[in-house]
Design a binder for this molecule. Sequence first.
Ligand code: SF4
Length: 255
Amino acid sequence: MIEFPHVPAGEPLTVSASTYVAYRRCPEQAVGRLRGEYPEDSAVGFVGGLAHRVFARHLQHGPISKDDFAQACREEIGSSMNPKVGSLGLKPSTLQPIIAEVGDLYDRFQKVSLEGCRDVEVSLEFEATEGVVIKGIVDAVFDGEDGGVVLRDWKTGQVGAVADQLAFYGMLWTLVHGEPPESLDAFSVKTGETYVERPTRSALQATVTDVARFVTIARQSFAGVPADTTAGPWCRYCPLLPECSEGRTAVAVTD
Ligand code: SF4
């Protein structure tokens, strides 16, 4: 259906959805992620991550009562989010308002129609060529109207510029299953916004070609050829900012 183009041999690497989205903004930032340079954890990201855990728990085990909600949150934090608790310096007293915020998102989530949801937190992984793994986790998979599947990404803020992320999931699903999803959507539990796209074969091929381009750039960078930089609002949270003159200029303009 779609094919991963030839790339030069080199370092083994894994391309995730967040690395691909970073590459679409700034290739050097994405290569930095492959080197282990990640943005710092944020409280907003923690709320979003916990809300996703709660949504998945609801879909896998059923509704969570008000009385059990705080304990359910603590269990989810304990099972996979403790390193972020440490990096953000969160304490039991600072967790309470976070749990309350997630509770508000969960109240909204329970009003969303979940009919046709067939799977949640679906891990996808594909070895594109030797040493190149493409992977991602789809929040939820729904039955489509035409017999296919709909891949959904829950958003806990505004939907924002989500096209690259959804294109990545659509491409990865197609590589793994040999069939494209019927549609891709992002739904904001916070605002009710929805973004829906029906992927075409040419768009899916364009995305896998773009991933191969990134693999080439990354391997060249590991071999000493610097990747391009593209400065923008995202520079403010880039871990490479202190050494990047373009990024510092961009941040100075918007300060
Ligand atoms: S600071 Fe901005 S331009 Fe520089 S590497 Fe990071 S994202 Fe790219």
